[in-house]
Design a protein around this ligand. Structure first.
Ligand code: P6P
Length: 307
């Protein structure tokens, strides 16, 4: 447990408390997945099918995060509007936006999924420049959590505390396995979402170049695919599509947090025109094309899309 809390109860202590809450819930979410692999029969604000696992993760995380002292507002992929958690966001309180179970379509196929978290110092919707921290939990063979703040990026292994190792009695044991996570200088992997026939010609031309240079790693869950890029270097994209020029990923709780993390790990993030963190939102569920990874690869992408 990180004890470097800010005595004044500022951003660092709220951020620590938010990620303490997320880490404490992660094993519960993971343990509940086997029984929640079915569709809930509902759609979310983005018109997507909601799995039972989505709803359960959202319920647990919503309760835990809104209970954190210093969180004033809570936004989720699974909720139409923001939840008022008390406290004035931007004036000592923070807004937290989450994708509770990213990649839940992987539940049936038993592939990686994640939880994405952004902590903003402004009412939502906000630009990524208002983020004070961001992170994600990856439910892979191992449960890991990546956390980024102004000091950098770290990776932790999160284990359910069956054997009483956890002095803070949070029910989990967190072990920092990388305290300065940086994108490798030499890229190795790429992962591009959407169907190839739906890619615009300029992105297709870029993809063909990348396919000749790197190895395909695409698993259908942004968190897992971005974690490949952070681990091996490369590029992840869910691009603008011919019939969906805003792409698929949501700015507030998918693209902004991932862009923040990748940029603090030494990479770059673009919406195809500008830095994702500079995209001005209109609504909580706005979609945005997302291209993240090694700076040189994103520069090439921007050049390819600007021709
Ligand atoms: P597709 C998961 O539903 C998600 O929002 C992201 O995690 C992932 O990158 C993308 O959608 C996958 O979309 O079209 O490849 O199934």
């Amino acid at each position: 447990m990180d004890d470097a809390r800010d005595a004044e109860g500022g951003a660092e202590s709220v951020v620590d408390a938010v990620f303490d809450a997320v880490a404490a819930i992660a094993p519960e979410i993971r343990a509940a997945l086997p029984g929640r692999r079915v569709e809930s029969g509902t759609e979310n604000a983005s018109g997507e099918t909601v799995m039972a696992g989505d709803l359960y993760a959202d319920e647990l995380l919503g309760e835990a995060i809104t209970a954190v002292d210093g969180v004033g507002s809570f936004v989720s992929e699974e909720r139409e509007t923001a939840v008022d958690a008390g406290g004035s966001v931007g004036d000592g309180a923070y807004a937290v936006a989450i994708d509770p179970l990213d990649g839940s379509s992987n539940l049936r196929s038993n592939n990686a999924m994640g939880t994405v978290v952004g902590v903003y110092d402004a009412p939502l919707p906000a630009t990524g420049r208002d983020l004070v921290a961001a992170g994600y939990v990856l439910y892979g063979p191992i449960t890991t959590m990546v956390i980024a703040d102004e000091s950098g990026v770290r990776e932790e292994v999160v284990e359910s505390d069956a054997d009483g190792n956890d002095a803070a009695d949070s029910g989990v044991t967190r072990t920092v396995v990388e305290d300065d996570l940086r994108l490798p200088a030499d890229p190795t992997v790429y992962g591009f979402g959407g169907r190839v026939p739906d890619w615009p010609d300029d992105f297709t031309a870029y993809a063909r170049e990348i396919e000749d240079e790197l190895k395909l790693r695409y698993g259908g869950a942004m968190v897992g695919d971005v974690n490949q890029v952070l681990t091996y270097g490369g590029v992840f994209a869910y691009p603008a599509l011919v019939d969906a020029p805003d792409g698929k990923l949501r700015l507030q709780f998918e693209a902004n947090p991932i862009a923040y993390i990748v940029e603090r790990a030494g990479g770059a993030a673009s919406d195809g025109r500008i830095d994702v963190l500079d995209v001005e939102p209109e609504g909580l569920h706005d979609r945005v094309p997302l291209y993240v990874g090694n700076e040189a690869l994103i520069e090439r992408l921007d050049a390819a899309l600007s021709d």
